[in-house]
Write a protein that binds this ligand. Structure first.
Ligand SMILES: Nc1ncnc2c1ncn2[C@@H]1O[C@H](COP(=O)(O)OP(=O)(O)O)[C@@H](O)[C@H]1O
Ligand SMILES: [Mg+2]
Length: 362
């Protein structure tokens, strides 16, 4: 982790939003952001991510609560006085202007002298590797190039905060990955603070310093990518981030945050999530890459005895589908090397896991 110091740059304090004075679509959002952090709001469609961004930009009012930058409330600051750069999925470039004119626009609005504008535009065209494209109109550019122009236009007046709402949603997979890399590079190089919205967890995991996982207007967990992945606080996060198996069982012992869970495929020990009680029904999450396949020749601890169903070749990995006694699937991901085992149809196997990789949720 980078060290961002202790100063809070941007603060959301119990921010709520209702569009109809009845239902809250953002239900008390709290977050402290440090200068230079790359924060992602991640969640399913309709969970309130764009609404948070719009309130921060000033295009939507805050129903209650407070948003502050450098300690000063911006609730009643006009959008154009907030000094925030923005990038959207649909580029929002001016079609009748050239690329260079699009970049010059935010500067001339801010009354920068002409000669200085020219210099700054050239500098930012170079930054996004579009120096040869200054005279083209947006209609003469590819999707990726348009998005680089939009990015340059958001950065060119050197705001301390840049908001991006699903900026890569319109691009195909290869271009999206390239642009993710590009945005990360510019963020590192220039050091602005980013609030980035996406519903794509891979994008969130690979780009962010911290991710706030939204569901239904509530932040479920806000943490660095590895913590979200390894230590989800609830079943929603465990399910939403990455892939997970959920094994049903019952807690037979709960000591020092470690639960013994009896399932119909065997007993496993797991880290107990918040709210778990002894004797209660629970679900244990185990990632497909954290299960290890063993033969049934002798009994292991922390093992589930399952039946082989099918094996799917996906190139770098092989995905194994086993059946639990109750018929539910349990998936194991194995690196495609010489250790990837073969099974006859209906063969039995043991799936081993470490306590640290299993979490029992109420
Ligand atoms: N301008 C609006 N007027 C009324 N309801 C809205 C408006 N914008 C969004 N909503 C509603 O608020 C909820 C959250 O939407 P949004 O913030 O766009 O979610 P997300 O960006 O996570 O998909 C949704 O139920 C959506 O229908
Ligand atoms: Mg949205």
């Amino acid at each position: 982790m980078k060290d961002f110091g202790s100063e809070t740059f941007l603060r959301f304090d119990n921010v709520k939003k209702s569009y109809d004075q009845k239902n809250l679509v953002v239900k008390g959002f709290d977050m402290d952001v440090k200068e230079g952090e790359f924060i992602t709001l991640l969640g399913p469609s309709g969970s309130g991510k764009t609404t948070v961004l719009m309130m921060l930009a000033g295009f939507e009012s805050v129903t209650s609560g407070d948003i502050a930058i450098s300690g000063k409330s911006i609730n009643s600051t006009a959008p154009n006085k907030r000094n925030i750069g923005m990038v959207f999925q649909n580029y929002a470039l001016f079609p009748h202007m050239t690329v260079a004119e699009n970049l010059a626009y935010p500067l001339s609005v801010r009354k920068m002298p002409k000669a200085q504008i020219k210099e700054r535009v050239a500098q930012y065209l170079e930054l996004v590797e579009l120096s040869a494209f200054g005279d083209r109109r947006p209609g003469q550019l590819s999707g990726g190039q348009k998005q680089r122009v939009a990015l340059a236009r958001a950065m060119i007046f050197q705001p301390s905060l840049i908001l991006m709402d699903e900026p890569l949603g319109a691009l195909d997979k290869n271009l999206r990955e390239q642009m993710q890399f590009e945005i990360t590079r510019l963020h590192k190089q220039i050091g602005f603070t980013v609030i980035y919205v996406t519903h794509d967890q891979t994008e969130a995991l690979s780009m962010s310093d911290r991710i706030a996982v939204f569901n239904d207007g509530v932040v479920q967990q806000c943490a660095p990518p590895s913590e979200l992945y390894e230590r989800p606080v609830n079943a929603f996060v465990a399910d939403f981030i990455g892939e997970n198996n959920f094994v049903a069982g019952q807690v037979t012992n709960l000591t020092d945050g470690v639960a013994q869970v009896k399932t119909d495929a065997g007993t496993i020990t797991a880290r107990a999530a918040e709210g778990l009680t002894d004797g209660a029904a629970c679900r244990v999450s185990i990632r497909p890459e954290k299960l290890f396949i063993h033969p049934t020749d002798h009994a292991h601890d922390n093992a589930l005895t399952v039946t082989f169903n099918t094996r799917i070749y996906v190139g770098d990995f092989i995905r194994y589908y086993f059946k639990m006694p109750d018929g539910t699937d349990i998936i194991v991901k194995v690196l495609n090397d010489l250790s990837a085992p073969n099974f006859d149809d209906g063969a039995q196997a043991q799936l081993l896991s470490l306590t640290n990789d299993c979490t029992a949720f109420p």
